[in-house]
Design a protein around this ligand. Structure first.
Ligand SMILES: Cc1cc2nc3c(=O)[nH]c(=O)nc-3n(C[C@H](O)[C@H](O)[C@H](O)COP(=O)(O)OP(=O)(O)OC[C@H]3O[C@@H](n4cnc5c(N)ncnc54)[C@H](O)[C@@H]3O)c2cc1C
Length: 369
């Protein structure tokens, strides 16, 4: 008899787990939303269909590409592959040519425009130092501290490191982990040339993997339960249960801010509750006339947005641009009677929100000091 396995959450993580287990286990997939995809899906509003945020994949996303193929999606037609390029409006302009790694990065840097020779040298030296260390750091430190130790200039920080960390980690430099960034660099710039290619979705995000995976799982006998939020995952007599139904194993694939309400285990709840989050937003803009960009993806220096995407060039959506704003709220905290999540708009609600905002400021500034 096959083991009974439940997967809670049908974002990309839950779907990946379910696809791997299909055929091997009797599967039940629970999803609170009306359909799969979680944070990376197509969402509808006023008759229009928008992705829940512009996404970029990298050639290094081996598992995403393998899983897409498994459920019948061809990454070659679903994604637009561009050799690594870093085009900042009025700043650094770098394109990596078709050469074997790491020559493609070296040549890209050599031919880069909008950057001084001194900065090219400093950037090359910092990247090469990471490569020589096998992208391993003896102890973790913030990207901010690492950049200071590497003597990276203000222009390099503005045009290369800050946008890189915003798009890869969505975290401000003082809070971003250099160890995590080093892993991203190892798997992209430090690997084969194709690994650093940018893969920009030519289809909506749901069609890229979540919808085909959902259908594929259904065809293989998985029970797909969308539209109902699981209330509890707990152990009873040594066996896991989902809302009282017993399984041999349960995979909880929900975001940490949902996991803390779901998990009964106090130690797990506590560690998940300690996570902190940085917002990321995509603004979709429609113009009467097509505002074509010089490239499908362009960086913006010194603006509110970090990156602009030409949706017409990418997926034929004429007149649409997407602007991605990463980690915008660092240093800004909201307080007010209307902000408190579970208290009415009263003096007490206002006071509680002020106390919570002050606590958040203290906590964040302590970490950064
Ligand atoms: C605006 C934006 C832009 C991004 N850009 C990029 C990018 O360019 N490149 C990149 O690689 N990543 C990007 N990301 C990150 C990426 O989207 C996420 O890392 C990824 O989608 C997380 O998938 P997940 O399955 O772990 O979680 P989720 O997508 O959060 O999936 C969890 C699922 O669990 C469900 N769920 C929650 N609670 C319950 C419950 N109690 N019962 C049942 N179901 C439940 C939720 O409805 C959801 O469907 C971006 C994210 C955002 C928001």
């Amino acid at each position: 008899m096959k083991p009974r396995v439940a997967v809670v959450g049908a974002g990309w993580a839950g779907l990946a787990a379910a696809v791997e287990l299909a055929g091997w286990a009797d599967l039940v997939v629970y999803e609170a939303g009306r359909g799969p995809g979680g944070r990376a899906r197509c969402a509808g509003k006023d008759g229009a269909r928008f992705d829940n945020g512009q996404h970029i994949l990298l050639g290094a996303y081996a598992e995403c590409l393998r899983l897409m193929r498994t459920v019948g999606v061809s990454p070659e037609s679903a994604l637009r592959r561009l050799p690594m390029q870093w085009l900042r409006d009025g700043g650094l302009r770098l394109r990596c040519p078709h050469l074997p790694a790491p020559l493609h990065v070296a040549a890209g840097l050599l031919l880069a425009r909008g950057v001084s020779w001194t900065d090219k040298w400093k950037l090359a030296r910092a990247l090469d130092g990471l490569r020589r260390s096998g992208y391993r750091l003896e102890r973790d430190l913030s990207v901010e501290a690492w950049l200071a130790a590497q003597g990276q200039s203000a222009a390099l920080r503005r045009d290369f490191w800050q946008p890189l960390v915003a798009s890869a980690l969505n975290t401000p430099l003082p809070r971003a982990s250099m160890r995590v960034l080093a892993s991203v660099l190892r798997d992209s710039l430090g690997a084969a040339r194709e690994a650093s290619d940018l893969l920009l979705p030519a289809l909506d995000l749901s069609s890229l993997f979540p919808d085909p995976a959902w259908r594929w799982l259904g065809e293989r006998g998985a029970a797909l339960r969308a539209g109902g939020r699981v209330a509890s995952v707990e152990m009873k007599d040594g066996r896991p249960q989902v809302d009282g139904t017993e399984y041999d194993a349960v995979i909880v694939a929900v975001a940490p801010y949902h996991a803390k309400d779901l998990l009964a285990e106090p130690a797990l709840r506590e560690s998940v509750a300690a996570y902190r989050y940085c917002p990321i937003a995509t603004v979709y803009m429609r113009f009467d006339r097509s505002p074509r960009l010089p490239a499908p993806m362009m960086g913006v220096s010194g603006g509110t947005a970090d990156w602009l995407f030409d949706r017409e060039a990418l997926c034929g959506e004429a007149g649409w641009l997407a602007a991605v704003i990463s980690a915008p709220a660092a240093g800004v905290y909201l307080a007010g009677d209307w902000v408190h999540p579970d208290y009415p708009a009263t003096l007490e609600g206002a006071a509680r929100s002020g106390v919570a905002a002050a606590a958040a400021v203290k906590r964040d500034l302590q970490v950064e000091q």
